[in-house]
Ligand binder design. Structure first.
Ligand code: GLA
Length: 377
């Protein structure tokens, strides 16, 4: 029995039509590349958001969440409009909008994905509701189509200019794999990814520093990338070949754009190199690529923060093969590939150094590549 179903019963009464769960994700590598038509390599988590859902005949959408008790929202489907209601409710209201359906429902949410940690709690919420409505109404959308539409929920309804990786990972992830997503080609490939077989764990350090993607810096970085592409006369930065990078950078107007473009083009190459390293079972090389990716996003893309940099440095110092921030940045979580017998020591070191620096205590846990969204009950 899921907590979402229990919350459903106690708030709305009666039984839900079903319960659907969609995972958060860790992006192994390929950061701030998706909205540049680039390459990403995320994997789905075991941590998921659950939605207990039941259709209503009267055109009303009611929603509640175990995460924000006492906040029960109701909105007639006729009033659905981007941005309404503000806050967490828009991630739900924007789903029927993006599916272009006029149907009421009650939904109770429970989330085990830490919110705002860079682990895609928002996509998990949207995808759980999206898959639920797709199933219960027999809409017949493929997972790829659901990913496209749920991305519209986040971009156009919520107003967060994110790049599509998160929904793809949440809906298409499979156990024991990372997902190579080529945005320009619109193709995905399941890449075997089993750190435990190599005696490793993926450790997550959630700094608890919080970001918001609908505001500020994420959108600024995106605008920088678009400006760099314009100045280079290409559609997106994906069209700049790694081999041509140095000559291309000469055509950019200022140093800031040089740095942004250099990050994106080198990061696409690192995704390919990481995929090759995993295929060769070369975890040392994969770790080095993660660490190089962190330096690039810190120094060139300037999307890290002090807590993330300290976490990465301490994870490396305590024996990790590689470490980097993951997700949108400006806070959130770092990940590391850590030998399984050194995870306690690594966590201890990070906690101690955070305390010494007066940072908030981090949440530290390990994650495993898990299945994508599914019906649970
Ligand atoms: C956020 C967005 C993603 C992606 C990452 C950065 O998580 O939702 O689409 O752009 O940031 O890689």
């Amino acid at each position: 029995m899921t907590k979402a179903a229990n919350v459903f019963r106690s708030v709305f009464g009666g039984e839900p039509d079903g319960v659907w769960g969609a995972p958060g994700r860790v992006n192994l590598i390929g950061e701030h590349t998706d909205y540049n038509d680039g390459l990403v390599l995320p994997f789905a988590l075991a941590e998921r958001t659950e939605a207990a859902l039941k259709l209503r005949a009267d055109g009303l959408i009611r929603m509640c969440s175990a995460v924000v008790p006492n906040d029960i929202l109701g909105i007639p489907t006729k009033e659905l409009a981007p941005g309404w209601p503000a806050g967490w409710g828009s991630y739900i209201a924007g789903v029927p909008w993006a599916l272009e359906i006029d149907v009421g429902f009650d939904v109770a949410i429970d989330s085990l994905v830490p919110v705002g940690a860079g682990l895609s709690s928002s996509a998990a919420l949207i995808c759980a509701v999206g898959l639920g409505l797709n199933d219960v109404l027999d809409l017949g959308h493929s997972r790829r189509e659901l990913a496209r539409r749920t991305r519209r929920t986040e971009n156009e309804y919520v107003g967060a200019p994110t790049g599509g990786m998160d929904q793809i990972a949440s809906l298409l992830g499979t156990e024991g794999h990372a997902l190579l997503y080529d945005v320009q080609a619109d193709t995905t490939e399941q890449i075997p990814f089993d750190p435990s077989a190599a005696g490793l764990k993926v450790l997550v350090v959630d700094t608890t520093v919080r970001h918001g993607h609908a505001d500020g810096e994420y959108a600024e970085r995106r605008a920088d990338c678009e400006m760099a592409a314009r100045q280079l006369g290409v559609q997106t930065l994906r069209d700049v070949a790694y081999a041509d990078l140095d000559s291309a950078l000469d055509h950019l107007e200022n140093e800031r754009l040089v740095k942004r473009a250099r990050h994106v083009v080198t990061e696409n190459q690192r995704v390919l190199d990481t995929t090759a390293a995993l295929a060769a079972d070369d975890w040392v090389a994969a770790g080095e690529l993660l660490t190089a990716a962190h330096a690039s996003i810190r120094d060139d893309f300037e999307a890290s923060c002090t807590e993330l940099d300290v976490a990465v440095a301490m994870l490396l110092e305590s024996g990790s093969l590689g470490a980097r921030m993951t997700g949108g940045g400006f806070g959130g979580a770092a990940i590391a590939l850590v030998p399984a017998d050194r995870t306690d020591e690594a966590a201890h070191t990070v906690r101690a150094v955070f305390a010494d620096n007066g940072f908030a205590p981090p949440n530290i846990f390990s994650v495993v590549p898990s299945a994508g969204a599914t019906r649970i009950e």
